[in-house]
Write a protein that binds this ligand. Structure first.
Ligand code: PHE
Length: 340
């Protein structure tokens, strides 16, 4: 028996050298330590051993089996290590390889210009207010002094959601909402989307406006022009100035269109200003007494000015864009040209 065990041990030691992977390890286990493995079968041979030697022989066999198991454990750890190294080699990443660069996005030109405008006005002490895009007739029209049969209510221009509910056609309802919620002095900007049923090279059914409203004691049209001069100089060029032309809005009296001297030709006349030296940039005026009254502000004590700027128009002027469609198509070749 002793001899048999010794030769079996020698056989096992030799076999170990040939085990290189998990499959061979499993086969090794089967051959030596499995139910029908060499070491397990030793026990069946005990019956051939004389009875008085059996306990001693059984002990030797057990020890041999324990030794074989220890050999297996060691081998198994070695194979696990080899497999791990192989896996690491297979999955290795070459960190010196140049990476594919992800394209970085940029702000939309309308956002860039809107932020610049807000910056300029914030520097003058304006606060930001944002009103709802779906408005009632009252805020969008009536309380702004746009009476029931005013042409601005024409079905062609206004998107109606329900009988008295519209997609706001301008940011001016923001004036009403602000005056409803706070007492003068008031100095707010209302940026936002507005909607009109209109679409061509210079009109889109959805566009952006920036409303301004200042209400306090002794505010005049001069304050509006002085502030707008500073605004266009910050936005376009330090040497531009503004010009007011008489206009009409139901909610301002007097009302004005505001032109800026052409920043492309300095006022001499070019294609941008169509030879006139001036470019129209916004509408505004002195807040109508009726509008102040509609909001519970006493027009004998307070006065104010308001203005509304089309953000698309300013963006197109600033960047020399000649078709408004580019601003909404979201063609990346167009958009990536605008880095703030
Ligand atoms: N709401 C006007 C428009 O959409 C612009 C405007 C605003 C005019 C404020 C006067 C005062 O054209």
């Amino acid at each position: 028996m002793k001899q048999k065990i010794e030769s079996l041990n020698a056989q096992l030691s030799a076999a170990i050298a040939n085990v290189q992977n998990k499959e061979q390890l499993a086969a090794f286990w089967q051959e030596y330590l499995g139910k029908k493995g060499h070491y397990s079968l030793l026990m069946t041979e005990l019956r051939n051993v004389p009875a008085e030697e059996r306990p001693q022989a059984g002990k030797v066999i057990n020890e041999a089996k324990k030794w074989a198991e220890a050999q297996y454990q060691e081998l198994s750890a070695r194979i696990a290590q080899i497999e791990l190294e192989a896996q690491n080699a297979r999955e290795a990443v070459d960190i010196t390889m140049p990476a594919t660069r992800r394209p970085a996005g940029s702000l939309h030109p309308i956002t860039i210009v809107k932020d610049q405008m807000i910056d300029v006005f914030a520097g003058m002490g304006f606060e930001i207010y944002e009103g709802p895009e779906i408005e009632d007739d009252d805020h969008n029209f009536t309380r702004l002094n746009v009476h029931k049969n005013h042409p601005a209510r024409d079905m062609q221009d206004t998107f109606y959601v329900a009988d008295d509910i519209v997609l706001r056609t301008h940011t001016s309802p923001g004036q009403i909402r602000v005056m409803d919620s706070q007492q003068p002095p008031i100095k707010v900007l209302v940026p936002g989307r507005v909607f009109r049923s209109d679409s061509d090279a210079t009109h889109s059914p959805m566009f952006h406006q920036m409303e301004g409203l200042v209400v306090d004691k002794g505010i005049t049209l001069c304050d509006l022009q002085g502030m707008l001069d500073k605004f266009v100089q910050a936005l376009f060029s330090a040497d531009v100035k503004t010009r007011l032309r008489p206009s009409y809005f139901p909610f301002t009296e007097p009302s004005v269109e505001v032109d800026v001297s052409c920043f492309a030709c300095g006022g001499k006349g070019c294609s941008l200003c169509k030879g006139t030296g001036w470019i129209e940039v916004l509408g505004g005026g002195v807040v109508h007494r009726q509008v102040l009254q509609n909001c519970g502000v006493d027009p004998d004590v307070y006065s104010g000015f308001a203005f509304g700027i089309g953000i698309e128009r300013i963006t197109m002027l600033k960047y020399g864009i000649n078709n408004m469609g580019y601003l909404f198509e979201n063609d990346v070749r167009f958009l990536k040209q605008f880095k703030d």
